[in-house]
Structures are given as C-alpha cells and as structure tokens.
Design a protein around this ligand. Structure first.
Ligand code: ATP
Length: 260
C-alpha cells in the first residue's frame, strides 16, 4: 500500500464515535428466514438465522456461493424483508419499519459497500462522498469539511477531484468506504467488498475497514469468500444452505439456545 493511502491514525477518529460504548449490542437477528419463489419451487435462501453483534466488532460472513450471504446482508440492511423473524439495528426494529422509516435508517444508521463500488461515474471522488450528505441536507461548509476529512481518512486526500475512471479499483473502493461513512453509520454492511480487487489491495481494504470499526465503535458485517480476509475479522459467521452453522454467539453459543 502506498504511503499516502494509509488511513489516518485510528485515534484521530475515536472522538467522533458519538460516545458509543464499544461492546454494547448493536444488532440482533432472531429466527430470520427468507424464502423466494422460483417457479413452482421455493428457495429457502436464509433459514432460521439468529445472532447478535456488538459495537466495535468486525464480523465476517462466509459461505459458498448461494449459501445466503447477500440475502442475509440485504435483510439486515433493510433492502429486503424477511419471510420470518425479527431484526433490530441500534434499537430500531427493521422488520417492523415502514418504507419511509427504512429509508431514513438506511441514510442515517446503516452504510453500504458493494463489490462493484457503485460510484457515480460523472462525479469526482469528493462529489461521490458528498452525495449522502446532500441527501441529508447538511449545510455546504459542513459537507465540504466532512468530505475532505473522510477522503483523508481513507488515504485519498490527494485524489479528491478525480473521477472514478481515473482511480484504481482499490482507490474506488476507498471512495465507496468514505461515502458509506459519510453519515456516521452505526452499522456498516459490506458485500464482497474485495471481490473485484487483487489479493493485496483486497487486504488493504479489509485492514482499513478493521481500523475504522475499532476506532469508531462501529459494527461491520462483511460477506467474503476470501480465507485470508476472514482472518482479519473479530468473529466469523458461517452460512451453509441458508443456515448459520457456526459463529452465532461470541462464545460460540447460538442465540436461540441462549434464549432457551
Ligand atoms: N430474488 C431471488 N429469487 C429467487 N432466488 C433467489 C433470489 N435471490 C437469491 N436467491 C437464491 O437464494 C440463495 C442464496 O443466494 P445469495 O445470493 O444470498 O447467496 P450468496 O451466499 O450471497 O452467494 P454468492 O457468494 O454467489 O453471492 C441462492 O440459491 C439463490 O439462487
């Protein structure tokens, strides 16, 4: 990783975590299932999944292709609705939220990073990062200050005016991470964030996510196939055929068992 791409010292960010107590429960998933109809067939993409995650935790979600990782992350992020079960994020009942409340939660409480970066090609790095701040109607001066700080934080202080096609894949994903953090979310959801990157660049993105999660008392859920990236997680959830087969509780105990 080039020197200028190193994220700033985690300490610099610790004051901006809103006093969130690291270790407090941030996410609760209880008996969540999602079925899809495919013609005459029903696909049980996610089945009876229960776990909790705490502030300051980087949780990897692993499993083979088709195991249900994307479906689970989309349910937790409020992009899809479960067929059964409940999901709470930062005390908000995602599963009971109406469309407007979900939109608001996705803007204020949850940040998303995708495999394909999802940047707007005609906008500069700074403008891309500023999009969520515009949607949140933050004043211009505050937006500019925050965008500068976010891009410096991900090691792109010198690339603010560049458009996505003028940046490498790793740099584009850093812009996407900065954008996901614009509104200071409590939960970061990343679906295969390193899937389009070479292994070294992928690792630097995971290192960045890990530093941010620990510095800011955020929770991150990261779906990945990559075993070397899984090593960087604080905890690993393993999905198989839609079921959580490992990692539900911090001590390895399934939440459902704990609930009796
Ligand atoms: N909209 C849908 N309609 C029907 N079936 C779906 C739909 N979305 C997902 N599925 C099915 O649900 C299962 C889980 O898919 P999902 O994309 O969550 O897996 P994944 O673990 O993220 O896979 P990958 O690593 O390949 O992205 C698969 O069998 C998939 O075909």
């Amino acid at each position: 990783m080039a020197e200028e791409e190193r994220p700033v010292d985690a300490q610099e960010w610790s004051s901006s975590n809103g006093g969130r107590p690291v270790g407090e429960e941030l996410l609760r998933v209880e008996g969540v299932g999602r079925d899809y109809r495919a013609g005459d067939r029903v696909v049980h993409a996610v089945r009876d999944v229960s776990f909790t995650a705490r502030r300051g935790e980087l949780v990897a979600v692993r499993g083979r292709s088709g195991a249900g990782k994307t479906t689970l992350l989309n349910l937790i992020g409020g992009l899809d609705r479960p067929t059964s079960g409940r999901i709470q994020v930062a005390g908000h009942e995602i599963t009971a939220a109406g469309a407007r409340e979900l939109l608001e939660l996705r803007r204020s409480t949850i940040g998303f990073v995708f495999q394909s970066f999802g940047l707007i090609p005609i906008l500069s790095a700074a403008e891309n990062v500023g999009v969520p701040l515009r949607l949140a109607k933050r004043p211009r001066a505050e937006r500019e200050e925050r965008v500068t700080m976010l891009l410096e934080m991900v090691g792109l202080g010198a690339q603010t005016a560049q458009r996505p096609y003028e940046l490498s894949g790793g740099q584009q994903q850093r812009v996407a991470v900065a954008r996901a953090l614009a509104n200071d979310p409590a939960l970061l959801i990343a679906d295969e964030p390193t899937g389009q990157l070479d292994s070294e660049t992928g690792r630097s993105i995971m290192d960045l996510l890990r530093a941010l999660v620990h510095a800011r008392g955020m929770t991150a859920l990261v779906a990945t196939h990559d075993p070397t990236l899984i090593d960087l997680a604080d905890r690993v959830l393993t999905l198989r055929d839609g079921r959580l087969v490992d990692g539900a509780g911090q001590d390895g105990t399934a939440l459902t068992a704990a609930l009796g």
